[in-house]
Ligand binder design. Sequence first.
Ligand code: PLP
Length: 464
Amino acid sequence: MNANFQSNDLGEVIEADRAHLWHHLIQHKPFETIDPRIIVEGKGMRVWDATGKEHLDAVSGGVWTVNVGYGRESIADAVREQLVKMNYFANSAGSIPGSLFAKKLIEKMPGMSRVYYVNSGSEANEKAFKMIRQIAHKKYGGKKTKILYRHRDYHGSTLAAMSAGGQDERNAQYGPFAPDFVRVPHCLEYRKEELGLGHLSGADFGRAAADLIEEVILREGPETVGGLCLEPVTAGGGVITPPEGYWERVQEICEKYDILLHIDEVVCGVGRTGEWFGYQHYGIKPDFVTMAKGVASGYAAIACCVTTEKVFEMFKEDASDPMGYFRDISTFGGCTAGPAAALENMRIIEDEGLLENTTKMGERLLANLEALKAKHPVIGDVRGKGLFAGAELVADRETKQPLDEKLCQAVVADCMAQGVIIGVTNRSLPGFNNTLCFSPALICTAEDIDAITEAVDKALTKVI
Ligand code: PLP
């Protein structure tokens, strides 16, 4: 821990937190009696909290973000150098790191062409939705405004992103939502009975799960559907890896009905699954790719909505139409700190061979979780791609009844007490299940992976 940070500073920090901070996604009542958790420092795979306790971080900053690990001086240096030279000018003008990162990013995304900078995953998705809507007006006379999204996927916290939100418990009490967002069924093979596809497996199941999307398109009318927004591997909805055959069929369906395919890579993007982007495992040809978290590993706020040249062309083909270009702005989407950090983040991933490490360590993580499944009947299913894995907890393997939410929380708390931070997608509402989540930084070692799964093993033995 940093020697300059004296423990007697902490009283003021904790009081200020208690008096003035509104933390994300949690109930604040407990902080009346216990101290809020304050993370003070990080280095590599580890963080230290305000009590001085060391934690092995198995969730990359809590939400799949710090892909290259903590304490990267070269990223801090790149950001500092850039900020001193030129911190900000609106993005109707270009910037040196903005152009260079766009070029480097597109090199990793064959078939894609244009990068639109914003600040968050939600905002990146909103931009894609707006582009799809504008294309519906420009090209289809105001038809094709419907955007399909999938049950259990998540696309952000703003109202239009929530309108495309596949997790009901997140949306409850925040409606009404934007019109013309239409839900399609999930593709989780472990819960295929919910889809009426319990009799199918493997690629037969995958294709049939995709056919459920086509059913929705036919029900709505293909002439009304402009876009389909999907996560390549569903993250917060329970780490759902796509079944075999699914994506090929999805691609066919989009082509058949002239539907723009928007892939939300906010979690999977920039290395998390062992490829630069999750969609690249499945031969997908997207029209839009959105990304955020790992783009600069949390060293600066940056998100991108990336499109093909074909999409871009539609916004400049008729220069005489005063409404024809993308009339949109994002004040901080032009900040230079973001692409400066993102360039160095990408260099680190390349030079340190982190995609290869992700594939290798991801295999180890999955193998360890499978071993835990063999030992602990409470683990019903193990899923994952690269350093992005989940273990779904059930009260009963036969009925697949989700494990009580409090027990899931107790497993996470026990790991935390052991000094390992893991995550859980736990909501006890119908249609949602409890999945322990693991997404260590791409720099993790075999020892880190083993320490993570050993902690889970101990926690399950103790709690269940
Ligand atoms: N898309 C996915 C798949 C996400 O998991 C998230 C956030 O967790 C978002 C979009 C929203 O990103 P942000 O919180 O940066 O707005």
